[in-house]
Design a protein around this ligand. Structure first.
Ligand code: SF4
Length: 271
């Protein structure tokens, strides 16, 4: 039974149906707008600001008429969102899938997220949360019981590097990950591999060491850096700082995969 108390509004910028890389089975992935981090390699820079934005469809277009702008984000009630999610419930049931809340970072709209998760639970839909984990534990621990699986980003263990390349300290992020492990929550770790930034011997060693102390890590996904989002920086009139970085080769990704496999946790390239 859905209670109106569960209804709030939030801003999402995309809803992807039939997603197969955002958790188990066939899923609907809902992208929340807003993220407290500013990773230099972010391929969804349009997700970072919390508010609705209008960005150029084509930066070459100098006329700037109304049609040359695209709206990023729309306000939606959680009850309307759950109606959209429920349309594919047969596919979730057939494939052991469900819904994944992603972003941006869904924790940046944690009250709206909580409302959506409650509605999913009332409708018996499997829930995954794709997050960078930057929220106080007192707020996060209220959300976690409504989540079946956490897809948790790990970018650096080294704090100064984390701060330099994402804009925030990783202290809270690592603490939250340890807390999730201590409560035996199902977690899949996702690591973006950014050559020369976080794939150094030292950083990989620190990551493996950190993960070795955690329980209940179901898988590790290694996500190779790519430049697919580059054009969006131009459209947003933002500097693109990754011009001189190269995508890691498959050989390099396989080499890193073997290193993480020493943890006896399934490791995938891509996610
Ligand atoms: S956490 Fe994800 S969405 Fe947020 S800035 Fe980093 S890459 Fe972008």
């Amino acid at each position: 039974m859905i209670t109106l108390k569960s209804d709030t509004s939030g801003i999402v910028f995309d809803i992807k149906k039939f997603a197969i890389h955002d958790g188990p089975g066939i899923r609907t992935t809902v992208f929340f707008k807003g993220c407290p981090l500013k990773c230099e390699w972010c391929h969804n820079p349009e997700s970072q600001k919390h508010e609705i934005e209008h960005i150029l469809k084509n930066p070459i277009d100098s006329l700037h008429n109304d049609n040359s702008y695209e709206q990023i984000g729309k306000k939606i009630r959680s009850l309307d969102l759950i109606d959209e999610i429920k349309k594919d419930v047969l596919f979730y049931d057939e494939s052991d899938g469900g819904v994944t809340f992603s972003g941006g970072d869904p924790l940046s709209q944690h009250e709206f997220l909580k409302s959506c998760l409650q509605l999913c639970k009332e409708n018996e839909i499997h829930t995954a949360l794709d997050t960078a984990g930057y929220l106080s534990w007192s707020k996060l621990k209220e959300i976690i019981p409504l989540v079946d699986l956490v897809l948790y980003d790990l970018k650096f263990v080294d704090e100064p590097k984390h701060k330099k390349y994402t804009g925030v300290s990783n202290k809270l992020i690592l603490e939250n990950l340890s807390n999730l492990s201590a409560m035996n929550k199902a977690v899949w770790i996702r690591i973006p591999i950014i050559p020369t930034l976080n794939d150094t011997e030292d950083e990989i060693h620190q990551m493996i060491n950190f993960i070795s102390r955690l329980n209940n890590i179901g898988s590790i996904d290694l996500l190779p850096f790519h430049k697919i989002g580059k054009n969006k920086y131009q459209r947003l009139n933002l500097p693109y700082k990754m011009e001189n970085f190269f995508e890691p080769s498959l050989d390099r990704m396989e080499e890193l995969k073997r290193k993480f496999e020493t943890l006896n946790i399934p490791v995938k390239i891509g996610g």
